[in-house]
Write a protein that binds this ligand. Structure first.
Ligand SMILES: C[S@@+](CC[C@H](N)C(=O)[O-])C[C@H]1O[C@@H](n2cnc3c(N)ncnc32)[C@H](O)[C@@H]1O
Length: 395
């Protein structure tokens, strides 16, 4: 049986395009980077370490603790290897398990069959050893096992997260086209904003960017909002260790918040939803909300500010026409109202982005679900710093 301080490989998964930001976060927490993948980062740590990772990572989705690796070609071989693992040392005989997987092997067409084989091996083993077996089903809020199977390579992980970390728990009202919380955090980390200088978010929708910005500026671990994680449902869980991590993370939060965050939207329903979500997140008092057109958003004259907009992408032809004026308007607003700020537009529509009419200083690739997007950066300095250029944009 592994104890909760035994080291293993840990895979932290993430959405496409996010791995570089996740890698920085994992390094900053003092963990080694063993391997960078498109959809995750391999690090090393103990079962206890997975608690801190789950609590603190802003851009990761799942923290998977590697239990075993072996070769199997067929579902029967998979079963035979899995039943040899001492599952009774990890899973409570009266507990509940769910199996998820990523399967790409010739012997199986439907990954659900691999999940079933894996589940059977686990419950059969526990039944043999303990005379009772855990329940099983699709719910991810208890013990979750993750199976990776490519060709003949199998890896089995304890999923110490359960419901993905993007589900922070504050977004009770999602509104139209909300950004995933982990994506919003990655976008803010990409801008380099750390709470020094204003953070302005017109078109705030459900408020995800403003709420994640408040978390970053407060040094608030996103996991503090959640009270259920996968690690709590394995035998290795040390409740006292978890509670001491929570206390430590609370003590590291900024005591006197002095940052300036604005969230505005033309839709009163969106502003009200953003306020309610911020209230659930415990940061409503730290964000200035206002119902207004983006051009009416207050932009305080202070150094080091950033302004981030996530306008609609408008993929239907008639929508795109209407939005061309909005994107041009954002460019004009940046020029006239946002001097000395860094401006950012997050969009999945590159032809609309050209209408902004300003030269970008960086164009970072992200994905919103399956849509390839860009975070476009505009340096809006005048005077001593180099002036912004009104040129054909090149996203
Ligand atoms: C793609 S959504 C933003 C989603 C947001 N990032 C989130 O996570 O919920 C775009 C938002 O822009 C707002 N909007 C559209 N036109 C606007 C305008 N002219 N001024 C201000 N807000 C506008 C919409 O009401 C909508 O809430």
């Amino acid at each position: 049986m592994i104890n909760n301080t035994e080291l293993s490989r840990i895979l932290v998964t993430c959405a496409k395009g996010i791995a570089p930001y996740l890698k920085n976060e994992i390094s900053a927490l003092g963990f080694p980077i063993l391997e960078e993948k498109t959809l995750g980062i391999f690090t090393q740590g103990s079962f206890n370490d997975t608690i801190g990772l789950n609590m603190q990572l802003r851009t990761g989705l799942r923290v998977l603790y590697l239990l075993d690796e072996f070769s199997a070609y067929t579902p029967d071989e998979l079963y035979d290897r899995l039943i040899q693992i001492n599952w009774e040392d990890y899973i409570h005989k009266d507990g509940y398990i769910s199996v998820t997987s990523s399967v790409s092997t010739d012997s199986i067409k439907d990954s659900r069959f691999a999940n079933l084989k894996c589940k059977d091996a686990i419950v059969d083993r526990i039944q043999q050893k303990c005379g009772a077996r855990p329940d099983s089903g699709p719910d991810r809020d208890k013990a979750v096992i993750f199976l990776y199977w490519k060709d003949d390579i199998c890896a089995v992980f304890l999923d110490t997260t359960g419901e993905p970390l993007s589900k922070r728990g504050y977004r009770k009202i999602p509104m139209k086209a909300p950004m995933q919380e982990t994506l919003a955090a990655a976008v803010i980390l990409a801008t380099g904003w750390d709470g020094n200088g204003p953070f302005i978010n017109p078109m705030c929708g459900s408020g995800t960017l403003a709420i994640e910005a408040a978390f970053i500026a407060l040094n608030k671990a996103p996991g503090l909002l959640r009270h259920n994680f996968g690690f709590m449902h394995f035998k290795q869980y040390d409740k006292e260790h978890y509670q001491s991590i929570r206390r430590d993370l609370r003590s590291k939060m900024k005591k006197t918040p002095d940052f300036d965050i604005w969230a505005t939207d033309i839709d009163p329903g969106a502003v009200s939803a953003a306020q309610k979500n911020a209230n659930t997140a415990g940061v409503e008092h730290l964000i200035n909300f206002q119902v207004c057109d983006f051009t009416g958003t207050p932009v305080p004259e202070r150094e080091g500010g950033i302004i981030v907009l996530n306008p609609e992408y408008g993929f239907r032809l008639n929508e795109e026409k209407g939005l061309a004026g909005v994107y041009k308007g954002i460019g004009d607003f940046f020029k006239t109202n946002c001097t000395n700020y860094k401006g950012y537009i997050f969009t999945g529509n590159l032809s609309l982005a050209k209408k902004v009419g300003l030269k970008t200083s960086r164009r970072l690739i992200f994905y919103n679900g399956s849509i390839e997007c860009r975070l476009l950066e505009y340096e809006l300095y005048t005077g001593t710093k180099k002036p912004y250029k009104t040129e054909k944009a090149d996203p």
